[in-house]
Ligand binder design. Structure first.
Ligand code: NAD
Ligand code: DAU
Length: 345
């Protein structure tokens, strides 16, 4: 199927955004890409280093909250993919202002400029977290929004603004809500990269609460193919859940990482739980399956691949883990790790 000739990817220097840039260049080689990214602590130009000299890619440093800059960046684009966001739940619990600013106001700014420039599609990248914690049933796209933390509340704001723009101005909006991604270039503050790199460094693994919180994991490449499909075939104004049906308790994931790296289970330390920690995320992803999408990766194979990537790209994550991240890690984890209980102790 023919793809858009030119697209704007916001947040394209982050984890999923950069994977999406690589995915498009490989699968839709005719497509021209403009990346707009503020390069916050989570953005990393190294994620795009292999393509920055490619004539199909233009990089612009700046914020989606800046209307004149967005207006310039969006020119000529047929579709907008909005990956830009503040994304880490723990950070949102400490401070939510930047989340509201980017995830709500930034999305609004982008929607306005997209309307003005007349793009064909506006793909709002959202999350399963907007539904809150699941109890006995998987969430469908029409399930009520029940965000459980400031990050997910901000993402709800962005989603609702996008849908309001569809209803009020017929903006060509579609929304994807995916489950937890993992894979190359994911920031080390997130669970899987933190646990892989801590294991490699011989450090303890800080597991929240009883470790029985469940996430439904999807390999990032599968999310990229789903997003591309929604952009091409999704119904305007619709929401698409994206999940691979690979739900597991965090404890099992931590143990699998230790196994893959040949480290003992005693490296797991149960620490004070995250405030407001959603217990289970579970989504019904039948709607996107009906478009013809299915995941290519099963969890075990994708985790092995991811562990290999972090083993082979030590320089990348060592540089991310130095500097400001070290301070964040000390502040967030040191006391909790001291007071925590080791597995097997
Ligand atoms: P990330 O934190 O790795 O990257 C976010 C990127 O956005 C960074 O490059 C950052 O510099 C950029 N950014 C932040 N504020 C900006 C601003 N004001 N203007 C321009 N750029 C800005 O995030 P990610 O994990 O790649 O997530 C990407 C998107 O996918 C987010 O919208 C997130 O809510 C959503 N999502 C993520 C997951 C997941 O498991 N990682 C799952 C579902 C949905
Ligand atoms: O569900 C999609 C969401 O997944 C995205 O919208 C978010 O942007 C993304 O950050 C992610 O949110 P989570 O809170 O689920 O991801 P995180 O990697 O922070 O944590 C995954 C699980 O692991 C969660 O139950 C908390 C737990 N955890 C996490 C960290 C960082 C720990 O036990 N210890 C840790 O140190």
């Amino acid at each position: 199927m023919k793809f858009f000739r030119s697209v704007l990817i916001t947040g394209g220097a982050g984890f999923i955004g950069s994977n999406f840039v690589h995915y498009l260049l490989k699968n839709y080689p005719e497509c021209k890409i403009t990346v707009l990214d503020a390069l916050t602590y989570a953005g990393n130009l190294e994620n795009l280093s292999s393509v920055l000299d490619d004539s199909r890619v233009t990089f612009i440093k700046g914020s989606i909250c800046d209307p004149p800059l967005v207006s310039k960046a969006i020119k000529g684009s047929e579709a907008v993919f909005n990956f830009a966001a503040e994304t880490h739940v723990d950070r949102s619990i400490e401070e939510a202002g930047s989340f509201i600013q980017t995830d709500v106001f930034g999305t609004y700014t982008l929607l306005r400029q997209a309307l003005e420039s007349g793009v064909e599609r506006f793909i709002q990248i959202s999350t399963d977290e907007v539904y809150g914690s699941a109890s006995d049933r998987a969430f469908r796209e029409d399930s009520p929004l029940k965000p459980g933390n400031p990050y997910s509340a901000s993402k709800c704001g962005g989603d609702l603004m996008s849908l309001a723009f569809r209803n009020t101005y017929q903006a060509p909006v579609v929304i994807t809500r995916s489950s937890n991604n993992f894979g190359p270039y994911q920031h080390v503050e997130k669970f899987i990269p933190l646990f892989i790199t801590n294991t490699i460094e011989g450090k303890d693994l800080p597991l929240y609460g009883d470790g029985m919180h469940q996430r439904d994991w999807i390999y990032v490449d599968d999310n990229c193919s789903a997003i591309a499909m929604v952009a091409l075939k999704g119904e305007l104004g619709a929401v698409y859940n994206i999940g691979a049906g690979e739900s597991r308790p965090n404890l099992l994931v931590a143990e699998r990482i230790l196994d893959l790296l040949g480290a003992p289970k005693t490296r797991i330390v149960f620490i004070e739980d995250r405030k407001g920690h959603d217990r289970v995320y579970a989504m019904d992803a039948k709607r996107i399956r009906k478009l013809g999408w299915k995941p290519e990766w099963d969890f075990d194979r994708a985790l092995e691949q991811t562990v290999k990537w972090y083993c082979n790209n030590r320089e990348w994550w060592e540089s991310v883990k130095s500097g400001a991240f070290r301070e964040y890690y000390e502040k967030h984890y040191s006391k909790k790790l001291k007071e925590g209980k080791s597995r097997g102790a």
